[in-house]
Ligand binder design. Structure first.
Ligand SMILES: [Zn+2]
Length: 430
């Protein structure tokens, strides 16, 4: 995990939490003190629950955490009792699409070609709010999927306090090899201009240009499709290396969509930071990822959602063959010692349901505690924000969620959110 620590923090959502504009502006008084008294606190770094601990928040930061009777109560502090509840660090989903909504409502290609940019942006505002209310206080959003710069604008609007939502790290348009992605042109008349849901590029110069353009327009991360379908064009090793090099010179890192062992291998050797999906990963390629410290986001919940939409899986019933196959791959990654974070691909399914990914990771062999760590401290380390977020530690930003019950006994506790705080600002309160 140490290799992630030298990366520069490039997070408008962190820098501008108290930006003085908009209806939700600066509600965090820097001198205000709040004391939270839950039944237990999740210590993400230690991976254990601390019974009868309290947390003191001053302004936008955690001031102290420890046994309630030792911390005392300062005069004038607002005390919030949370009986029976567990207080966790704000949850993090490192693979989201705020501009997409469930494919059983509208198929992906129809969202890209039939919904206007305005509609998709308005939907994204509602999606961000739903995620925040469910206790997710940071999302890494991996591609606007044809919705222009909507993710960048939404990130900035949230940071400015104009609309509620999680902190966002965004990839903007994402990069794909020319001809490697959809909806167009395949399946449409050649003379009709159908949009492509990512920026196409060919050759190392165009790849570098795409990275530069996306950085200039506000991308925090660069996302590349290292493969899409085996019969479609994919970037070469040299093109991937050019992308990583161009991104790294501004302190940015690269997330690679890759499902085939060949695509995953090319991406890892090119120096990407994270592999998304990896549905056909092998022990050999996971060993390579572990060796290079490349993190894995298996997006299991999205697979389950797509299987449900195809009529092959009903939630609560036995997993389909496809789900069992990706769970087997997940086990291979764990056995190889790959760093695994929570990245659900939410947008394929309902925003606010990112917690479903934890259920599937547990089905794949993680302990409940490991799944909660993947959603908090592990994700914060992978994303390079662990000095500010990811655990309930004095000095970090006060991004917190309280749920009724104990999620290390039963993850369904995550459905029952009783408090959400972002940067010391109460979003949901009992
Ligand atoms: Zn995705």
């Amino acid at each position: 995990m140490q290799r992630f620590r030298h990366w520069v923090l490039l997070i408008p959502g962190l820098a501008c939490t108290l930006a003085p504009t908009g209806v939700l502006k600066a509600q965090t008084d820097l001198d205000s003190v709040t004391i939270l008294l839950p039944a237990r606190v999740f210590d993400a770094e230690a991976g254990s629950m601390r019974d009868d601990w309290a947390v003191i928040i001053k302004g936008d930061r955690i001031q102290a955490v420890g046994p309630a009777e030792q911390l005392g109560r300062s005069a004038g502090a607002v005390v919030i009792e949370l009986p029976g509840a567990t207080l966790l660090p704000g949850l993090i989903d490192a693979h989201s699409h705020v501009t997409l909504h469930p494919y059983d409502e509208t198929p992906w290609a129809d969202q890209v070609v039939r919904e206007s940019l305005e509609e998709r942006t308005i939907r994204a505002v509602a999606h961000a709010r739903a995620s925040l209310l469910s206790g997710f206080t940071l999302l890494r959003d991996l591609g606007a999927e044809g919705a222009g710069q909507a993710d960048v604008s939404l990130r900035d609007a949230i940071a400015a306090g104009i609309v509620p939502g999680p902190r966002l790290l965004v990839a903007s348009r994402a990069i794909v090899a020319t001809g490697g992605y959809s909806p167009g042109p395949r399946g449409y008349a050649w003379n009709i201009d159908i949009p492509i849901a990512a920026q196409e590029a060919t050759g190392t110069d165009e790849m570098r240009r795409a990275v530069r353009e996306q950085i200039a327009l506000g991308a925090d991360w660069i996302k590349v499709y290292a493969d899409t379908r085996s019969d479609l064009p994919a970037p070469t090793a040299e093109e991937l290396e050019a992308i990583v090099d161009e991104a790294s010179r501004t302190g940015r890192r690269v997330a690679a969509h890759a499902s085939t062992p060949a695509g995953m291998r090319r991406a890892v050797l090119a120096g990407v930071a994270t592999i998304e999906h990896g549905f056909h990963g092998t022990t050999e390629v996971f060993d390579l990822m572990a060796k290079h410290g490349v993190a894995f986001y298996p997006t299991l919940a999205a697979v389950a959602a797509n299987e449900e939409y195809a009529g092959r899986f009903t939630p609560g019933e036995a997993p389909s063959a496809r789900i069992l196959q990706v769970l087997d791959v997940f086990r291979l990654a764990r056995r190889a010692g790959v760093i695994i974070g929570l990245g659900s691909d939410v947008g394929v399914f309902d925003h606010g349901d990112s917690r479903i990914e934890l259920d599937w990771m547990v089905r794949g062999g993680m302990s409940l505690t490991e799944a909660l760590q993947a959603a908090t401290i592990v994700n914060a380390e992978i994303l390079g924000v662990d000095e500010q977020l990811g655990s309930i530690t004095a000095g970090k930003l006060a991004d917190l969620v309280a749920v009724a019950g104990n999620p290390t006994d039963d993850l369904s506790a995550l459905r029952d959110v009783v408090l959400v705080m972002k940067g010391g600002h109460l979003v949901v309160q009992p």
